[in-house]
Write a new protein. Structure first.
Length: 214
């Protein structure tokens, strides 16, 4: 496939680029300051809020799939929602599938499906609530877009660089935890899950993954 990754120089985006390239896909690494030395990867300078530029980049590449991994710190919910809408619009015109790497806050709490993780202090400390809320708004933007073929991938509560094991547990809209109550995955294995979903699309619009022990 030809896969366009937006936010390609970020922590998650960079791992998705590496994983996709390693599987033999042609990769466009889109970011404001593009840079890549990975074989088979074409860096492209584009601002994700520039709708015409995004559309032109994706159309010029004839992208089969688009992975959106954009994040901002401090959090900017308006930017995130606008960027997501821009990508969904462009992908819908091209018939490209979109995988949005979103936030854990959009998931349901384990054991309490009526409580969003974004509102659960057991998983989201007060200082991270605005970040979690932005992820919820991003999912809402996806659900409101009827013309695009999208899937929203929520990471677990903790996402951090680590080992690529190639193994993970997959769920839908409820946070996954292990026997000790931990909810985490490495960015490397999240990238594995993202590529698995693009290569073998499921039917769920909202999915999540978590670390799986050996």
């Amino acid at each position: 496939m030809t896969i366009a990754v937006l936010g390609a120089t970020g922590t998650v985006g960079g791992r998705v680029v590496t994983e996709a390239s390693g599987r033999g896909h042609r990769v466009l690494a889109l970011s404001r300051k593009p840079a890549s030395e990975v074989p088979g990867v074409t860096p492209v300078a584009v601002d994700v809020t520039d709708a015409p530029a995004v559309g032109q980049a994706l159309a010029g590449a004839a992208a089969d799939a688009v992975v959106l991994t954009v994040r901002t710190l401090p959090v900017d919910e308006e930017f995130l929602v606008t960027a997501t809408g821009t990508v969904l619009d462009a992908a819908a015109r091209l018939g490209s599938r979109v995988l949005v790497v979103g936030g854990a806050g959009a998931l349901r709490s384990p054991g309490d499906p009526e409580l969003p993780v974004a509102d659960n202090p057991a998983y989201v400390p007060a200082e991270w609530r605005s970040v979690a809320a932005a992820g919820v708004a991003q999912l809402r933007t996806c659900r409101a877009h009827t013309g695009a073929d999208w899937v929203y991938l929520s990471p677990p509560a903790v996402l951090e660089p680590g080992e690529r094991t190639g193994r993970y547990r997959r769920g839908t809209d409820t946070l996954l935890t292990d026997a000790d109550g931990r909810s985490w995955i490495s960015t490397e294995d999240l990238a594995v899950a993202a590529l698995d979903e693009l290569e073998r699309p499921g039917t769920d619009r909202h999915i999540t993954v978590a670390h799986q022990h050996r």
